[in-house]
Ligand binder design. Sequence first.
Ligand code: ACO
Length: 349
Amino acid sequence: MYRTKIAGIGYYVPEKVVTNNDLTRVMDTSDEWIIERTGIHERRYAKKHEESTATMGAEAAKIAIERAGITAQDVDFIIFATLSPDYFFPGCGVLVQRLLGIPNVGALDVRNQCSGFIYGLSVADQFVKTGMYKNVLLIGGEFHSAGLDFSTRGRNVTVIFGDGAGAVVLQPTEDQDTGILSTHLHADGNYAEVLSYINPGCHGGVHLGTERFGYPEQEFGGAFLTQKMWDDQDYYPNMDGQAVFKVAVQKFPEVILEALKTNGFTPADIDLLVPHQANLRISQFVQRLLKLRDDQIHNNIQKYGNTTAASIPIALCEAWEMGKVKPGDLVCLAAFGSGFTWGSALIRW
Ligand code: ACO
């Protein structure tokens, strides 16, 4: 059995910086409210019609591939995590495959929102440590700004999210002291609608026990997009922020401690925790609870907002570029998000 190591890492964020004050031009919000509640100062938005989740993912991937010392032709499997794909189907995996010019290799799409990168990492780990693949490309990317409600109605969600992508190349190593030590995945579908983007979908309100979205009257089909959804503008994400907060601050520490305990460590042993950048308040709560020093955690939500599946690889890459991740370090990654889903990974760098 091999261990799986991160051989290369890269990220891409679009050029356009959107400050909190920029948002006050289109909705009733304020710089003070956003900073106090979320810690976010600014985020990046992709160029409409020019950039997409797949193109940003490909840019991040090119950097990760180069840093791994391989070429795109060496990649033997692609995993793409996103909640904001270019198309309803097919997924972004095949689009990145086309952009990188590597036909035939398998391409898997992961739909686990903020936990997507951790879920993808765990899947990649199973393929790599068994020797099935030698260079797995794992990407997390999001183009949130294309699907947010920029009216005041959507302000509680819209101010939080930003665009970007991060990628890693995963390779086998025979060195049992480095690489991914363990991954831990969890979910609780009882909270499915608490943080969700329901339309377009085929449910017609069934899961919610309501007729809120209204199946059309005809005998067959037509529920993905109905006139009623259109008329009600019922095609934006929704979030019960306080419910998310309450469960997130419980599950983040739980799943971090699970990873540490599995490997015989305590929070004091962590060299760097890179939590999914959901909200600075959540990260700070977790830091306090685990009694971590400031140098044991890396946050960058202040600059990029919440980039969902992209947030961990972007933050990890940034920390690595800053010299905060060194060979031999114990690095913990942890995520919580829509589903609810949550997970962690412990890595000896
Ligand atoms: N600007 C100004 N006012 C706002 C905004 C905004 N952007 N959004 C909401 N408000 C108003 C509300 O309308 C409400 O006004 P009212 O009192 O007049 O009715 C008031 O602020 C308080 O609203 P709440 O929703 O109760 O605000 P809360 O203090 O809970 O803060 C927040 C909202 C920041 C979302 C908080 O609940 C939170 O941090 N939740 C965690 C969820 C989260 O971080 N999600 C990230 C994405 S999910 C993930 O990655 C896991």
